[in-house]
Structures are given as C-alpha cells and as structure tokens.
Design a protein around this ligand. Structure first.
Ligand SMILES: [Zn+2]
Length: 230
C-alpha cells in the first residue's frame, strides 16, 4: 500500500521514495504526496525524477484503493530511488477551493437543510450541486456572505482518522465503504468524512465570489464560484 503523504502533511511539495511497482508507464511508489483524483478534487500534476525527469500526466487510485498510481512520460524501474515534486500552485489553489466548498456547503446546509448531490473542484472555478427545495438566488448570495464572514475569522482546519462507523457527511448519496474514515473538521463550522487536501486555516481561502447560479432541477441547484485573494 502506498503511504499517502498528503494525509499527514498537505503542504508537502517534494518528497523522496522508491519505485514499488511498474506497469509500462504506470508507476507506484512506496510513498507519494501526489493526490489521486477523488471526491471532486482533480489529481495533482508534477514530476518524478529518477535517472531522468518524468512528467506526471495523471494520478489515480488503484482499483483496490490501496495504491496511488502515477501515469508518467517514459518509465522507471522497480527499486529505483526517486524524488517527487508536485505542481504546487495548482495544488494550493485546489486546497483553497476544496476548503471553501466545505464552508459554503456547511452554511447552506445549516440554513436550508440542503445536501450535496455533486461537485467539481477546479483551479479557476468550482461548482457544487445542492438538493434544495426552495430556490432563491438572493438567499444563496446571502449564504455566501455568511461563509466569507466565517472564512475571515481564520478557523482552524484539522484532519484525523476514526474507527467510528457513524460518520458525518453532507453527500446525498452517502459514503463509499472503507475501513477507516478520515474526518476533516473546520473549527465550529463543519466535520465531514473526506480524503482530500485542505488548507490549515480558513483565512488562506481568501474570499468566495459566486460567479453563476443555475437551476437544473430540485436536486441540482448548481452554484459556481471562484476565489479572490484578500
Ligand atoms: Zn474536503
């Protein structure tokens, strides 16, 4: 099983490891800081450096969910010592976007009871779909103002694993079946079962700006947002 370095330190940009498995240009390392796509968060990009430098094109979880699989340009050999470097600007924007999604969703859930029916994080723009009975655009902008007020307070974000089987989620479809659940908690705002990467304080998010609100039916009130530096 790949050691998932981003669980302990989402700010880790470079790391050393050893090639554990190779299948053509698909490479598994003993440890990796590369985030595989999942939970609406796109995968990281970057390079893996062995004898030469290999661009990382795509990162995904293995079918059994145990390994992080890097699809690279070229190939590597099992046992080779490597350095990994993730494209930090891209990852950090996604961490800010991801944490923003938590705060905005928590506020909308608290005010309306809405659940999340879909989401897609992006570097420039992200979207969240809500199952929301009453569709009131003005109210959604008000909820965003409330989210920004909380974000500016610099609330602490922490993560930990739990063996508990009863875990919180705002996902309408519930959670996949996994052995150990990782909880991401934003002080006084939100606690969610979650495998993604987040900033350590909400003030790093900046300010959420809603760019578009679309009504795609009761179960898909779609909110697009971007982030401003403050
Ligand atoms: Zn998250």
């Amino acid at each position: 099983m790949t050691k998932h370095l981003y669980f302990d330190d989402p700010y880790l940009k470079e790391f050393s490891s050893i090639v554990a498995k190779v299948d053509s240009n698909r490479v598994v390392l003993e440890a990796s800081a590369f985030y595989p796509a999942g939970g609406g968060q796109p995968c990281d990009t970057g390079v893996i450096i062995g004898q030469s430098e290999h661009r990382v094109l795509k990162v995904s979880k293995s079918e059994d969910g145990e390994d992080i699989v890097h699809e690279i340009e070229g190939s590597l050999d099992v046992g080779e010592k490597v350095e990994g470097r993730i494209d930090w600007d891209r990852r950090y924007k996604l961490m800010r976007m991801h944490t923003a999604a938590h705060v905005l969703s928590a506020v909308i859930h608290k005010k309306t009871g809405a659940m999340i029916t879909g989401n897609q994080l992006g570097v420039e723009q992200s979207r969240i779909d809500f199952s929301l009975e009453d569709f009131d655009r003005a109210k959604i902008y008000e909820h965003c103002d409330e989210a920004n007020r909380l974000i500016a307070e610099g609330r602490e974000v922490k993560s930990y694993f739990t063996d508990s089987t009863s875990v919180p989620t705002l996902l309408a479809k519930g959670l996949p079946d996994v052995d150990r659940i990782r909880i991401v908690e934003i002080d006084g705002i939100d606690a969610q079962a979650d495998g993604g990467t987040h900033v350590k304080s909400t003030e790093e998010i900046g300010r959420i700006e809603i760019t578009k609100v679309e009504n795609k039916g009761k179960h898909n009130r779609r909110v697009y947002y971007t982030l401003m530096q403050v």
